[in-house]
Design a protein. Structure first.
Lengths: 126, 662
């Protein structure tokens, strides 16, 4: 099977994103930082937004973050022409944006899980 | 008795000498105004202390001399204070002076250095204490000098079966003149005893073993009775003391009642908040569990296009694979033809030109195969990705679940917010309160009540023994009286006459008490009618303990427990006091401290308007909150004196000055 992310085994994150993930877990909204990362990455992908700045350090194993291979499938389908490394970086960029967006919403009181994604996607479609 | 003036020296918050003169020769209403803690109650205490040499606080504890001396004066090393009352009574001028001067600041030293003198029309009276007791007995002073805040306690006292109640009832009867008859009855008893002793000595004189034996038995039983009576008195005193303590503790307990209720309330709220916190934690767990898969919902619309892309990619890969497979089959066929120089299908020998053409075709096919990748197996990874996304779309969570959980969570948070607010309020109320104390006091009261019950049991047994001894004594007495002697017969007749007279007195006392009680009932009803704004009552009903109930127009008697408010209880108590003053044989001024504390404006006004009818002289110690200028208009002509008391500083103490009119 063609690997979406090549030989890489881990996904990196910026220190700021790690801090945010930790804070959202401490706020009792998520059980684990992986779940914040997954939701952030999905939000970034859904909104088509990326955050490319910042130095990234090792965060977690790909298999831990995407055990079902859903992100791999999405990334291959969405970015078929990119190399695995480029694709991996792109996913991380989406996640970096999404994680920041979750924190922004939490801070201004608009983080509503029951509508998250619905409004945003509707706006994009318009 | 009408007070004309009071002078106080270094008493309570007053530094040095101060005086208050009551205008209009003391007749009318005299207003002493001042906020809380300015020194009003100390004025009343000065009156009581001057009269009786003793004052108590609101909890009925004696205020010792060391606490009566002004603090500033004490710090200056001066141990001297006093009060002087100027009053008219029985058409004479009286001056009463009480002073305490001590070498050391100790209670006993003050008592040793006490001077007390009473002057009537310029002449000293030899026994001032007795004279004051005659003019205004200390036992009834509470009906003339009273604290509005304590009025309720009077009715409280009448509701109890304790010594305090007995004393209180006695003081009511004393104000009504009942004791004079009782004293007469006791005097008759003394006379009877004397005649009985005379009779006994005659029997002794008459001699004879039988008499001696009977007399010795009589004496023995009498001594037994005396001993037993003393024992019972001791037990009763112990019981009474305990009952006083129970009453005090119950009063204290009623102060604590609110603390206790709030402590229970606080615990209940804290428990409820804990339960809600637990529920919120469970709901947060549910949200966190949903959040594990929420990203899939967001990826679902993203995957819609991607599924098509992946499917096309897969088709593309499969088409390439099929094409490659076909080319490989053709290549095999060509290679076989070249090798055998025969047609694979018909076996015809192939010509050299055909073989060259096949070689050319083989070459071209190999190039094409090479272009279609070198992978022997078909590439199915796109299909696998597609399947992954399809599986994801089939197992999406319902985002509406969040709404239900959030709604439930918001409800819980709202409840918690209300409870937290309540908790803050309760905690504020409990600030500086010892929440354990009410429970300890409750236990103490329970123990004391058990002890009272035990003592009552012993007293009951002892009284039965006493009754038996008295019966025995009566039998011996009958035997003695059966001895036929002329002298004895005369004495017996005297004894019988005295006994009958005592019985007549007993009946008369009861009748007198009944009449007086009925007078008090009538007078108190009249006063109550004047004071109360509601008119749905007929009169006040008095019981044998002088406790008052309200007889409504519906015929219901509302007793103390059914009175609706503290203010209403205060009105009933005030009516009782007013009635007692009217029915009493003692004429004295009324001095009220904080009289309207528990009354609303309307009732405060009514009481104020009624005051001139209560006594010739009324001295009011009131806060400005209790008395407004508007309320005074109606009684303005009756207000003869108006002073304001103000606490300046520890150095200067409280000052008394005439109230400036606005």
């Amino acid at each position: 099977m063609e690997s979406a992310f090549g030989e890489a085994r881990t996904l990196p994150a910026t220190e700021q994103a790690k801090t945010i993930m930790k804070q959202l877990v401490n706020k009792n909204l998520f059980a684990d930082q992986r779940h914040v990362w997954n939701l952030g990455a999905a939000l970034g992908l859904a909104m088509g937004q990326v955050y490319e700045k910042g130095e990234r350090g090792t965060f977690q194993n790909i298999n831990s973050l995407d055990p079902e291979g859903i992100f791999a499938a999405i990334m291959v389908g969405r970015y078929p022409l990119l190399t695995p490394d480029e694709r991996r970086k792109k996913l991380v960029d989406h996640a970096e944006w999404g994680i920041r967006e979750l924190m922004r919403k939490e801070q201004n009181g608009t983080l509503d899980f029951s509508t998250l994604g619905i409004k945003e996607i509707a706006i994009i479609k318009e | 008795m009408i007070f004309r003036k009071i002078k106080i020296i270094n008493f309570g918050p007053y530094v040095g000498e101060h005086e208050i003169e009551f205008n209009n020769k003391g007749v009318g209403i005299h207003l002493l105004r001042g906020g809380t803690g300015q020194g009003k109650t100390s004025i009343q205490n000065a009156f009581l202390w001057a009269l009786y040499g003793k004052v108590t606080d609101r909890k009925d504890r004696q205020i010792m001399p060391t606490s009566l001396l002004n603090r500033k004066i004490y710090s200056d090393g001066i141990y001297y204070f006093g009060a002087q009352l100027f009053f008219d009574h029985e058409d004479a001028n009286w001056i009463l002076t009480r002073k305490m001067h001590a070498k050391y600041h100790q209670d006993n030293k003050y008592e040793e250095g006490e001077t007390f003198e009473l002057i009537r029309n310029g002449e000293g009276k030899p026994n001032p204490e007795k004279e004051i007791e005659r003019i205004i007995p200390s036992t009834i002073s509470r009906f003339f000098f009273f604290d509005g805040e304590m009025l309720r306690d009077y009715e409280e006292l009448l509701d109890q079966k304790s010594t305090s109640m007995k004393k209180f009832k006695d003081s009511i009867e004393r104000i009504l003149g009942v004791p004079y008859f009782r004293i007469a009855k006791n005097d008759l008893n003394i006379v009877k005893k004397r005649v009985e002793n005379e009779r006994a000595s005659i029997i002794r004189r008459l001699g004879g073993f039988e008499y001696e034996e009977l007399l010795s038995q009589f004496d023995f039983v009498s001594e037994e009775i005396d001993g037993l009576e003393k024992e019972i008195t001791g037990l009763e005193e112990r019981k009474d003391q305990l009952e006083i303590e129970v009453t005090g503790n119950k009063r204290k307990m009623s102060d604590f009642e609110e603390v206790k209720d709030n402590a229970i309330k606080r615990n209940e709220i804290e428990r409820d908040i804990k339960i809600i916190d637990g529920d919120i934690d469970k709901l947060n767990e549910k949200i966190k569990n949903l959040n594990i898969n929420l990203y899939k919902i967001l990826l679902s619309p993203v995957s819609n296009n991607i599924l098509g892309v992946l499917e096309n990619k897969h088709k593309e890969k499969m088409e390439k694979y099929d094409k490659k497979q076909k080319l490989l089959g053709r290549l095999e066929s060509i290679e076989k033809g070249i090798k055998t120089s025969k047609c694979e299908y018909c076996g015809t020998i192939l010509k050299p030109e055909k073989l060259i053409s096949l070689e050319q075709e083989k070459k071209e096919i190999n190039i094409k195969i090479s272009d279609l990748t070198e992978i022997p197996e078909p590439n199915t990874s796109f299909d696998l990705y597609r399947q992954t996304l399809q599986r994801m779309k089939l197992n999406l969570i319902d985002q509406n679940n969040y709404k239900e959980i959030e709604k439930e969570k918001n409800d819980k948070l709202y409840k918690k917010a209300i409870l937290t607010q309540n908790l803050t309020e309760v905690k504020e109320k409990l600030l500086n309160s010892d929440t354990k104390e009410p429970f300890d006091l409750e236990n103490k009261i329970r123990e004391q009540e058990i002890e009272v019950g035990r003592l009552e049991g012993i007293i009951q047994t002892k009284n039965s023994e006493l009754l038996e001894l008295k019966r025995e004594k009566s039998e011996i007495d009958q035997k003695i009286t059966s001895i036929d002697k002329k002298e004895l017969n005369i004495l017996d007749t005297r004894i019988n006459v005295i006994s009958s007279t005592i019985n007549i007195f007993e009946t008369a006392i009861n009748q007198y008490v009944e009449e007086k009680r009925s007078d008090v009932e009538r007078e108190s009803s009249e006063i109550f009618k004047n004071l109360r704004s509601k008119e749905d009552f007929i009169k006040l009903i008095i019981n044998e303990n002088y406790g008052l109930g309200i007889l409504t127009s519906e015929g219901t008697i509302l007793d103390k427990n059914e009175w609706r408010s503290a203010g209403e209880e205060q009105l009933v108590a005030l009516s009782l006091i007013g009635a007692l003053n009217k029915c009493s044989n003692v004429e004295a001024p009324i001095m009220m401290d904080t009289p309207f504390g528990r009354l609303d404006l309307k009732h405060g006004q009514r009481v104020l308007s009624y005051l001139p009818k209560m006594s010739k002289e009324v001295i009011l110690l009131a806060t400005d909150r209790e008395i407004r200028e508007d309320d005074l208009k109606e009684v303005k002509s009756n207000i003869k004196t108006d002073y304001t008391i103000k606490y300046i500083s520890e150095k200067e103490g409280s000052k008394i000055s005439k109230t400036r009119s606005n």
